[in-house]
Design a protein around this ligand. Structure first.
Ligand code: CP
Ligand code: NVA
Length: 306
């Protein structure tokens, strides 16, 4: 059986991505992890990812084993490769939240079981799956829906942009200069949009009002990601004018919704009025981290057959 990893959403094909969303809504989860374990390594803090992954594993009949990065000591006590080989001896899958994406790639290169990216400095595919599931549940269909991501072009926006265009969404990103998406990511998103053939599109603008104009969903994330704490003051200045508040939300379509992967900083990237307001789907979105993790694991542990 093929070992399939998920380091970024485009490790799935567009039909496979939809299949994962479908599996996320399966009423009776297949017991693909019965009698098996999954190792979850966290080099950074986590509330949602750890809890949603652990519960998804339990729902699939398995046993989650979460460990902190410093307990394992990847590349300190032994190499990432030796850790990957060791964990492959005991577990049916490995999840890792790491600082450097390259570490995940090294783990995936040698692991003999599926490896899942639970967030790196580069991407956060599990979050994008939950976001799409939340939007699909709310709107019924993703194709043709417009989404604006406002703020820092980061791991969350990268995965969401790619997943969005793969499902035929129109994705607009608005960030201040210097904090926008690398050109290579935009080119990749455009290529994936074309390959999917669903008329997904991507637009980049520094003007948040232009991005939000008429969209169905407005999304943001923290201005300072884990590991960037030293830049917090400088970033707070750079992102002035990029807060998602009621004024910005009023430029979106009537019935537009708000998403945030959380944790949120009220008064920074989003106003309390918006994140705690009637258009916010953040709690459904948080719950969907568990359902989409379960859908993904069901897919990967069945050998990634689509
Ligand atoms: N959204 C998300 O990944 O949350 P945690 O960092 O708490 O896992
Ligand atoms: N961009 C954020 C996401 C947290 C879930 C970070 O990397 O800290």
């Amino acid at each position: 059986m093929n070992v399939r990893h998920l380091l970024e959403v485009n490790d799935l094909t567009p039909p496979e991505l939809i299949k994962v969303l479908d599996l996320s809504e399966q009423v009776e989860p297949p017991q693909v992890l019965a009698g098996k374990g999954m190792a979850l390594i966290f080099e950074k803090p986590s509330a949602r990812t750890r809890n949603s992954m652990e519960m998804a594993i339990v729902q699939l009949g398995g046993h989650p084993l979460s460990v902190r990065g410093d307990e394992v000591g990847i590349d300190v006590r032994e190499s990432a490769e030796d850790v990957a080989m060791t964990l492959s001896c005991f577990h049916a899958a490995i999840g890792a939240r790491v600082f450097e994406h390259a570490k995940l790639e090294r783990i995936a290169a040698v692991a003999t079981v599926p490896v899942i990216n639970m967030l790196s400095d580069f991407s956060h595919p599990l979050q994008a799956l939950a976001d799409l599931l939340t939007l699909r549940q709310h709107f019924g269909e993703l194709k043709g829906r417009k989404l604006a991501y406002i703020g820092d072009a980061n791991n969350v926006s990268r995965s969401l942009m790619l997943a969005g265009v793969m499902t035929g969404m129109d994705i607009r990103l608005s960030s201040p200069k210097g904090y926008d998406s690398p050109e290579a990511d935009v080119v990749l998103a455009k290529t994936l949009a074309q390959e999917a053939g669903l008329r997904g599109a991507v637009t980049i603008t520094t003007d948040p009002f232009e991005a939000v104009d008429g969209v169905d969903a407005v999304v943001t994330d923290v201005w300072t990601s884990m590991g960037q704490e030293e830049e917090a003051i400088q970033r707070r200045k750079a992102f002035q004018g990029y807060q998602v508040d009621e004024k910005l939300m009023s430029a979106a379509a009537l019935g537009a919704v708000f998403l945030h992967c959380l944790p949120a900083h009220r008064g920074e990237e989003v106003s309390a009025e918006v994140v705690d307001g009637p258009r916010s789907l953040v709690w459904a979105q948080a719950e969907n981290r568990m359902h989409s993790a379960r859908g993904l694991l069901s897919f990967l542990l069945a050998g990634g057959q689509s």
